[in-house]
Design a protein around this ligand. Structure first.
Ligand SMILES: [Zn+2]
Length: 253
């Protein structure tokens, strides 16, 4: 892969083999500022790679070392995700730097192609199950919203990076989703499905704030037209679809 080196001092030793890939946006005004911050010893943050809007890739920490990109979080029962993952920061202002029309700033085509090629380059050399390719918002839903609901996860999945569930037939969606007044069993079923997918969630049987936060994280990833935190029928169907895809990919891994 074509890339430049711009070493960051912010790393230490891994305590585990690589079995995850975590995608981020930088959430800063521009790529130059992000590069400075990711190399600043005071900031104590880094990632293995930074991908600019024009598709240029910079390597900051060798994959054999533990870069500091994930922070506190969990996935499929694991924590210390920095020890287990390769992290890619993608230059994009995200939710803090909206475009002039108020939309999330687009990921340019050259950048998307570069990130996709980089992901494939990483997946070829590490044993990373499809269910462990995640966004930062998946592993830290209460703190993080990156890489955002404008990230082209469907395109990535169709290119072999992650999964994309079959879309439910709108006419086949009957009844209602899961609502605040529902009995504990329906809510707990939903929470169990999220836990099986990998989200850190407590099984409270209540549509509480932590559950709505996980619903939003799931929607940023898989139901990108509605980041509401509400479990409508389409969202509920897709939760079950992803749970089932991840269960079968784990079984075959
Ligand atoms: Zn992040």
């Amino acid at each position: 892969m074509d890339m430049q080196d711009a070493p960051s001092p912010n790393f230490d030793e891994r305590k585990h083999d690589v079995d995850m890939l975590v995608l981020h946006y930088t959430g800063m005004e521009n790529g130059a500022l992000a590069l400075d911050r990711l190399r600043d010893p005071e900031a104590k943050v880094s990632s293995h790679y930074l991908v600019f809007e024009n598709g240029d890739i910079v390597r900051m920490v060798p994959e054999s070392l533990r870069a500091w990109h994930a922070g506190a979080g969990s996935w499929q029962g694991d924590d210390d995700l920095n020890s287990r993952s390769v992290g890619i920061e993608i230059v994009n202002g995200g939710h803090d730097f909206l475009a002039d029309d108020g939309a999330l700033p687009a990921y340019p085509e050259a950048q998307v192609q570069a990130v996709l090629a980089l992901c494939k380059f990483i997946l070829k050399r590490h044993n990373i199950p499809m269910s462990r390719i995640v966004g930062h918002s998946d592993i830290a839903p209460a703190r993080k919203t990156d890489p955002g609901e404008h990230f082209p996860w469907e395109r990535f999945a169709k290119a072999g990076v992650g999964v994309w569930p079959a879309q439910p037939d709108p006419d086949g969606l009957m009844g209602k989703g899961v609502e605040a007044g529902d009995d504990g069993a329906a809510v707990e079923r939903l929470q169990k499905a999220f836990a099986e997918i990998g989200y850190g969630i407590k099984l409270t049987g209540k549509l509480d704030a932590q559950t709505m936060t996980v619903v939003r994280a799931f929607q940023r990833r898989f139901v990108q037209d509605r980041v509401t935190g509400l479990v409508d029928l389409k969202t509920a169907a897709l939760v079950e679809a992803v749970r089932s895809l991840y269960a079968s990919s784990a079984a075959s891994a």
